[in-house]
Design a protein around this ligand. Structure first.
Ligand SMILES: Nc1ncnc2c1ncn2[C@@H]1O[C@H](COP(=O)(O)OP(=O)(O)OP(=O)(O)O)[C@@H](O)[C@H]1O
Ligand SMILES: [Mg+2]
Length: 292
């Protein structure tokens, strides 16, 4: 069979494109995100940290994936590489059959530390990416920004600077900023970590609603097992450092979902399964720590 290997170009959605890994192995690429044989090492003057080992994952177009894993297993590193903010040591990452080599407009990211520009107001922070894109007329941009200010509940704070906001409010600005550009891939690193339970629930529903109205491929890191299951089509559970994909769990719960689903036996079974694995991985960390 003739196999067309990848060049950095936009392919029609149905075109078959393959990546050849240099050793004669071909991988068919997909719409969505392809993570192929990715490892990551961090070298500092004193030591080398193997953060990720051999990650292989196909995230389907418009799929919602949650990533669970113990602290330090490389979740943020993986997301930053998919976003083009960091380069894999080995392996490749493709987004819509195109190699990710740098950050781009089609991928939106909310960082774990919800970095906002401190010299810009809430409104200006949300508008930031839109200005760069230049897709919209000024009045369209304005309308989008105002809509997101309302959607994330920050009306009344739009002229404030980040330093005068709470952690949860900053997270909501960061989420609005990443959504405003309508990226086809959205990377969320613990986007609701600083929110109280009620606001978190509201934001989860808002995210699902936006995802259903304008489908995007979402990769979301969370430490909250219920949140991971409730939102996702599949939950990826990573092993303790060096991070690997330990298990991929299909979440077979009907959509649209509302919070009642959390009290069903099916949900409880998923929860128990995830909790068990995470507990196992966390105890490995402790054993390693005691062993020196
Ligand atoms: N820039 C860096 N330089 C050196 N080591 C790094 C760097 N970034 C991450 N690491 C190391 O890589 C490993 C994975 O870090 P990462 O931040 O990806 O973990 P995580 O799974 O997101 O953890 P958490 O759940 O605590 O956010 C850790 O051991 C970390 O110390
Ligand atoms: Mg992290």
């Amino acid at each position: 069979m003739m196999k067309k290997t990848v060049l950095n170009t936009d392919y029609p959605v149905d075109e078959n494109v393959y990546y050849e890994d240099g050793q004669g192995q071909f991988y068919r690429l997909h719409n969505g995100v392809d993570i192929i044989g990715v490892t990551k090492q961090f070298r500092t003057k004193k030591s080398t940290v193997q953060a990720l080992q051999e990650i292989n994952l196909h995230v389907h177009n418009s799929e919602f994936i949650s990533i669970l894993g113990t602290s330090g297993c490389g979740k943020s590193t993986l997301l930053r590489m998919v976003g083009g903010f960091e380069t894999p040591t080995t392996g490749k990452i493709f987004c819509h059959k195109k190699e990710v080599t740098r950050p781009g407009a089609s991928i939106g990211m909310v960082f774990q530390s919800y970095t906002l520009f401190p010299w810009l107001t809430v409104r200006e922070n949300i508008a930031f990416g839109l200005k760069e894109l230049k897709y919209h007329t000024p009045s369209e941009s304005k309308e989008i920004v105002e809509r997101y200010i309302d959607l994330v509940g920050l009306r009344g704070f739009e002229n404030q600077y980040p330093k005068s906001l709470s952690g949860g409010m900053k997270q909501r600005v960061a989420l609005a900023r990443s959504l405003a550009t309508d990226p086809s891939v959205l990377l969320l690193d613990e986007p609701f970590g600083a929110l109280d339970m009620q606001t978190r629930g509201v934001m989860q529903e808002l995210l699902i609603d936006i995802w259903q109205k304008s489908p995007k491929t979402i990769l979301m890191v969370t430490h909250d097992i219920d949140e991971a299951i409730f939102l996702a089509d599949r939950v990826v559970i990573m092993s303790a450092r060096p991070g690997r994909v330990r298990e991929i769990l299909d979440i077979d719960l009907e959509r649209p979902r509302n919070y009642h689903v959390k009290s069903t036996p099916a949900f409880a079974a998923y929860r128990e399964h995830c909790t068990e694995i995470i507990r196992e991985e966390s105890s490995k960390l402790l054993v390693n720590a005691h062993a020196g």
